[in-house]
Design a protein around this ligand. Structure first.
Ligand SMILES: [Zn+2]
Ligand SMILES: [Zn+2]
Ligand SMILES: [Zn+2]
Length: 443
């Protein structure tokens, strides 16, 4: 394996303090491309400051600073401040009476951006990972509209101090019909999914540049993460059930809709027939109130209906559906900073059973009492009408402790009447077999 050879080379180098040897090693484009994504910005900046040869090498390649991961902000703060000999970058975070809430919470990142801009690096950054950091809506607004930023893929999952209301306003503003040509530069925003498993070691303590690579290039864990994705499959396309575990705030569905020409998200709109964006809107009878949710963000992924094998609105299919209907996938792509790489499914997943990479995105309202949390089957609106409240009154559902063997025929019949398929999140068969105890129902 090329990656194993690389890792051995890096390990061998970490025993040496010869930076020109490292420069030779990294001057191989393939090696450079494979190594850079796994180095934190602090290690890269350290490398540029160790020798002219390394600095020239790293600054001459626009790809070196294309993908920046600041998620380990403590290390980044410390290292960038260290390079600045005395914390120059922190000057704009000094506490004074004019300090705004935004200055305070976004200060550390603004300081880092200022430092990157001074080095002419900021313009090269196309993928920016700020997961888990203190990120304000004002900061995102700057990234969206300020021409000094060229970020195309931005990840702000599980961040602190983010005002969603303000962020939605900024996104709608950036995507407004009267926006200047070629704006916004941002094409993908990760916000709804869980952040990627940390693949990097924290701050580099090693003194030599070679040791910095050795200590930080945790290739194995990044490789393991990728392998896990390959085996388990991608979110949406191969995983079934709840994909977005956090509640999605009001207004996000409209924001996704307003931005769909410009910015994709790690979530998509529900395509269920009760919503106006659905291909099946108005074509299938819907029970319940549809007026309150003209659009909704999908939080579940389901396969074709257990009866008809599809859905009234059809599937979202990779390679066939419009790009604007595809979700950004995790982990963040390191090989390129564009929508194509960010939406491409990687998993081996269900490739045999499903020749096409496809799924049906649904919100909670559109799978309620249609989807079984134990066996992942569901019944679509064309095939199954969920009984109304009055009809439920007549339905006796027996919660079974063990097996269904002891169930009397009339009890089983009661479960099936009137044509109930799913009750309390589990289908009739799984209810009968007591399967609901094996899997906990989320939310
Ligand atoms: Zn069906
Ligand atoms: Zn829906
Ligand atoms: Zn079931």
């Amino acid at each position: 394996m090329a990656s194993e050879a690389l890792e051995q080379n890096t390990r061998a180098l970490s025993g040496s303090s010869d930076s020109s040897l490292l420069a030779d090693f990294l001057s191989n484009t393939l090696v450079l491309r494979q190594t850079i994504p796994y180095l934190p910005i602090s290690a890269l900046l350290n490398l540029t400051s160790t020798s002219k040869q390394l600095r020239d090498l790293l600054y001459s390649d626009p790809d070196v600073f294309r993908h920046i991961d600041l998620t380990h902000v403590k290390a980044a703060q410390f290292e960038v401040a260290g390079i600045d000999h005395g914390g120059e970058v922190w000057r704009n975070v000094q506490l004074d009476e004019y300090l705004t809430e935004d200055d305070f919470y976004s200060g550390p990142l603004r300081g880092i951006f200022t430092s990157l801009q001074r080095r002419n690096i900021l313009q090269s950054v196309q993928t920016l990972n700020l997961d888990g950091l203190s990120v304000t809506a004002e900061l995102i607004h700057d990234i969206l509209v300020n021409p000094q930023f060229a970020v195309r893929i931005l990840s702000i999952r599980e961040t602190k101090h983010l005002n969603h209301r303000k962020l939605m306003q900024s996104l709608k503003y950036a995507c407004r019909a009267s926006r200047p040509d070629n704006t916004p530069r941002l094409r993908g925003l990760y916000l709804f999914s869980k952040r990627d498993v940390p693949a990097l070691a924290s701050s580099p303590k090693a003194a030599t540049p070679a040791a910095v690579v050795g200590a930080n290039w945790n290739h194995k864990s990044a490789h393991a993460l990728k392998e896990a994705i390959l085996d388990q499959g991608d979110d949406w396309y191969h995983k079934r059930g709840r994909i977005i575990s956090k509640p999605v705030g009001a207004g996000w569905a409209e924001t996704l809709l307003d931005c769909r020409d410009s910015i994709l998200f790690d979530a998509v709109l529900c395509t269920g027939p009760r919503h106006r964006n659905s291909r099946a809107f108005g074509k299938v009878a819907i029970t319940g109130d549809t007026a309150t949710h003209p659009w909704s963000v999908a939080t579940y992924s389901v396969s074709g209906c257990a009866t008809c094998g599809t859905a009234p609105e059809g599937f979202t299919t990779y390679g066939e559906s419009l790009t604007e209907e595809l979700p950004l996938l995790t982990p963040l792509a390191t090989e390129a900073s564009n929508i194509r790489a960010a939406t491409r499914p990687q998993g081996r997943g269900c490739s045999k059973a499903l020749p096409k990479q496809q799924f049906v995105p649904r919100c909670e309202d559109c799978i309620r009492e249609r989807y079984c949390f134990a066996c992942d089957q569901w019944w679509c609106e064309s095939c199954y009408e969920v009984p109304g409240k009055e009809e439920w009154m007549g339905v006796q559902v027996v919660a079974l402790e063990d097996e269904a063997n002891g169930l009397a025929a009339h009890e089983a019949a009661a479960l099936e009447q009137p044509k109930v398929k799913v009750r309390a999140g589990y289908c009739v068969h799984c209810n009968l077999r007591g399967l609901q105890r094996r899997r906990s129902r989320p939310g």
